[in-house]
Write a protein that binds this ligand. Structure first.
Ligand code: SF4
Length: 189
């Protein structure tokens, strides 16, 4: 196992410091709308499991948001199951693994969905705005957009990583949880 446990109280800070854009977007939408559709719940939920959010904290986290929208009763009835399921506590008890970039890039988010890879699925305008917001400067932004135009989404993500951490990422990004661990390595050193 690559990661230590993370604690619920640190989650906002970790999201803004070390989540890749795909997860940051889902995280912010969840906080904003108190809801995510199935694809988003799976993509973010398994990522959070991968970074070390324990099941009890995951349930508390999703409940805190969803109950504002659907109420606690409906949360317990309709949504808690999937979260336990993701942790292998229901159904076939498979321990589901977090999605790779490849899987996320090949997904097909519909209207109202927030999962997917922003480099692949955002409009150019929205992507530029999102990158500006997380502190990618204009020169780096042009380089990122260049990779996007050539459909090198993971390279675009790697360049983003390097721009906001002011450090190189020689391994490249091929998994959101790898982005997270590389980021934490740099920030904790
Ligand atoms: Fe997420 Fe991977 Fe896309 Fe980066 S390249 S935003 S880690 S899916």
């Amino acid at each position: 196992k690559e990661f230590a446990e993370i604690s619920l109280k640190d989650i906002d800070q970790l999201a803004s410091n070390s989540f890749p854009l795909c997860m940051r977007h889902l995280f912010e939408k969840l906080r904003e709308d108190h809801h995510l559709r199935h694809g988003g719940r799976m993509q973010l939920g398994l990522f959070l499991k991968g970074v070390g959010l324990k099941l009890d904290d995951a349930l508390a986290f999703w409940k805190m948001e969803f109950s504002q929208k659907v109420g606690t009763e409906r949360f317990d009835k309709e949504y808690a199951y999937t979260i336990r399921h993701n942790y292998g506590k229901e159904g076939k008890r498979t321990d589901y693994t977090p999605y790779s970039c490849h899987k996320i890039i090949s997904s097909t988010p519909g209207v109202g969905d927030h999962h997917g890879c922003p480099y692949r699925h955002f409009s150019e305008e929205n992507l530029r705005a999102a990158l500006g917001k997380i502190g990618v400067g204009s020169r780096a932004l042009d380089d990122v957009m260049d990779k996007v135009r050539n459909r090198h989404y993971q390279l675009a993500c790697t360049l983003t990583f390097e721009a906001i951490h002011a450090a190189s990422c020689d391994t490249g990004i091929n998994h959101p949880n790898h982005y997270f661990s590389e980021s934490q390595k740099i920030l904790k050193s």
